[in-house]
Design a protein around this ligand. Structure first.
Ligand SMILES: C[S@@+](CC[C@H](N)C(=O)[O-])C[C@H]1O[C@@H](n2cnc3c(N)ncnc32)[C@H](O)[C@@H]1O
Length: 200
């Protein structure tokens, strides 16, 4: 879901970089930029029409180097963060193909080869963050926790079906076993998983 930063204070998540997966219409990226807490916002969006629209709508922050919108599948997150040499705040929100695109990921393990409507790149994104040299300094926000509960259902979407919250928490611990994890209100109460280094 588009994040509602009006509902919580981003200040504890300040960092040089804000890295988002799933740009959609740019609401979250714009709120991160407007907060003044990040030097640069980078967003990875798989839908090329949304990326083209972003290039038109957000010319100024793009030209100023404050915003970068990358057209890619966020399973390739590592190649977009590997050159970053300062801590990042990740906002993992590549949840649902709001406009469907054909997606082939032959490198994925068979358990993760699912149709686009049921595929969510969250575990692959966390693997990419875990590989990063600054992994233990990063802060991670994961949206839509409600969808990771076994009882959750939705009339049209099913991207979370190969996931549950325990798998996600386990993967977060591979990024940093000492993460302090709490839940923040988003679209619904406690809908955002927030993981920050224990000393912050
Ligand atoms: C919930 S919306 C993102 C909302 C946005 N973060 C905000 O706060 O306004 C989900 C977006 O993720 C994109 N998406 C879905 N799967 C993706 C993937 N594997 N890689 C990159 N983007 C993806 C969709 O195209 C859609 O634009």
């Amino acid at each position: 879901m588009p994040i509602n930063f009006d509902w919580f204070d981003l200040t504890p998540f300040a960092n040089p970089y804000f890295v988002e997966t799933g740009f959609f219409q740019g609401e979250g990226a714009m709120k991160a930029l407007a907060s003044g807490l990040f030097q640069k916002v980078i967003s990875i969006e798989v839908n090329k029409e949304l990326v083209a629209r972003a290039q038109e709508r957000f010319r100024l922050p793009l030209a100023a180097g404050l915003l970068k919108v990358v057209h890619d599948d966020s399973v390739h997150l590592f190649q977009h963060i590997q050159s970053l040499e300062e801590p990042c705040t990740f906002f993992l929100d590549a949840h649902g193909h709001w406009v469907q695109e054909k997606m082939e990921e032959p490198h994925l393990p068979s358990a993760r080869k699912v149709t686009p409507s049921t595929f969510c790149p969250l575990l692959e994104e966390l693997d990419a963050i875990a590989r990063h040299p600054w992994a233990k300094s990063h802060k991670i926000l994961i949206d839509d926790r409600r969808c990771l509960q076994r009882t959750w259902s939705h009339p049209t979407q099913s991207w979370w079906r190969s996931l549950d919250e325990e798998m996600v928490l386990e993967k977060l611990r591979t990024v940093n076993p000492d993460f302090h994890i709490r839940y923040i209100d988003g679209l619904t109460p406690e809908d955002i998983i927030a993981a920050v280094p224990a000393d912050q």
